[in-house]
Design a protein around this ligand. Sequence first.
Ligand code: ZN
Length: 227
Amino acid sequence: MNYEIKYTKRRCVAIRIKQGEVIVFAPISYENSQNNQEKLRKFLESKREWISRKIAEYNASLKYFGLDEVLKYKKFLLFGEKMRVLATTKKSLKITANGEILIPKEIDIETLKKKLKREYARIAQEQLANRLFELAGKHGFYHNSFKLTNAGGKWGSCDDKKNIRLNWRLILLPTHVADYVVIHELCHTVELNHSNRFWNFVARVLPNYKQLNKDLKNYGALTSYLR
Ligand SMILES: [Zn+2]
């Protein structure tokens, strides 16, 4: 098992698995203590199965819809569909309304990433704002403001002032999956926590939310795409 250990001010050991990599957080006192190192080893051993399962889930999610190729910029997604890639002699990268992506010829990877991110953000700003407005109206929610976010690892958020933030990468997902996130955040304007009351509320709007939540997990690898 490969893992990285970080010694921090925390009081107990924690394991974090992000993008298929294992990071172990341990108290500083563990660093030079043989006793504690032994304790740490046993702790990790007891979590081995859970860790393997998490990594297997991540790898499965990468294979899902060829996300591994998406992360290597060999495939490009828009609303869950693979876009048709065309080379252009122009300098700008463009995503068209009929789902084609025009990429400048002989572009280097760093420039491609920069232009791609800018183009996705442009589309996300318009599309996600519209979708939020539509779904809020349809289900009778009130929110204060909407902002696009670039923060990785999270699809959306809603604070106690009913300000909603949505990850621009939601436009990579099939519409029904992205809509689940939008509705999830809208439900937080009523219930800020993840209590039973919250989930009952989500279920009233989206009876199949459990399946949608599972679908969303399949795209987990994309939360930090182009970061
Ligand atoms: Zn939530």
